[in-house]
Design a protein around this ligand. Structure first.
Ligand SMILES: C[S@@+](CC[C@H](N)C(=O)[O-])C[C@H]1O[C@@H](n2cnc3c(N)ncnc32)[C@H](O)[C@@H]1O
Length: 252
């Protein structure tokens, strides 16, 4: 948002006067592309994750193209509300919605401890696909997930009811939720929260339990195991064993 506003100001206050001084008239879509390039550049200089680059670049050109098709304003409002309900706090958390593959579900199922009633928590459960799969594979497990965005949460609930899932899906912020007593915590988030999340894991999870992160490793911490998934993104599961407090104190 900030980079879009600043890019618009730069375009209006610097680029437009320069073009005018050369008596150059450019089509609106080219002006939008110039603004988008400036926004993308600013975004990357501000340290935004790489997936923001195409969003910043194409936001204004997409708006200009849509306006040229004479689309009713209510469609823009509907699209905005829909995106807001899906992405909710992504501007703050920098954790968007994308879903674990079926191969990730199966690999995580294979990593669960054999003990009866093992407790598993999906941090940012999305549409609840992982929970639904694990529940079907391990009827004796205690599976739960937390999701903060309203629309994915509502869809996850619909899935749970439709499949009569025996797991819990909570609406809320996982940073406010204790990880105590979990045998396995799974996260598929983004690079941004990993260091902070690892501190929370080490403070709250029992020693010897497992933290599994899809795709995003914990900086500076050696995983116990890395599982290569032959899925579309060639993702990896990073499996970490939660150290005992003495091990942490010795490593500090
Ligand atoms: C990349 S998706 C992963 C979805 C699901 N775990 C899966 O593997 O298919 C990350 C999810 O985390 C949610 N999320 C981000 N920050 C959160 C928070 N603080 N508390 C709960 N959910 C959060 C997002 O809304 C998004 O749906």
């Amino acid at each position: 948002m900030f980079s879009q506003v600043v890019a618009t100001l730069i375009s209006l206050m610097l680029v437009a006067p320069v073009l005018a001084s050369f008596e150059l008239e450019i089509p609106l879509i080219v002006a939008a592309l110039i603004q988008g390039s400036i926004a993308a550049f600013l975004g990357s200089r501000l340290g935004l994750a790489s997936w923001w680059l195409p969003i910043n670049l194409l936001f204004s050109p997409a708006l200009v193209s849509a306006l040229s098709f004479d689309v009713a304003p209510s469609w823009f409002l509907a699209a905005f509300v829909l995106l807001f309900l899906i992405y909710w706090s992504v501007f703050r958390s920098q954790i968007p919605l994308y879903l674990s593959s079926r191969k990730a579900w199966a690999a995580v199922a294979g990593l669960l401890p054999g003990k009866e009633g093992a407790r598993f928590l999906d941090l940012g459960a999305g549409l609840g696909g992982m929970l639904s799969y694990l529940d079907a594979q391990h009827p004796n497990g205690k599976f739960s997930g937390m999701e903060i965005a309203p629309l994915p949460f509502a869809l996850g609930w619909t899935r749970k009811i439709a499949t009569r899932g025996n797991y819990s899906l909570l609406w809320g912020d996982f940073w406010q939720y204790s990880l105590a007593g979990q045998d396995v915590v799974y996260a598929y988030l983004s690079p941004v929260p990993m260091a902070r999340l690892w501190r929370k894991v080490c403070e709250e999870m029992p020693s010897g339990s497992r933290f599994i992160s899809n795709t995003f490793s914990v900086p500076g911490v050696e995983p116990e195991k890395v599982v290569e998934l032959d899925d579309f993104h060639h993702s990896r599961l990073y499996v970490y064993r939660v150290p005992a407090r003495q091990e942490m104190d010795a490593g500090a």
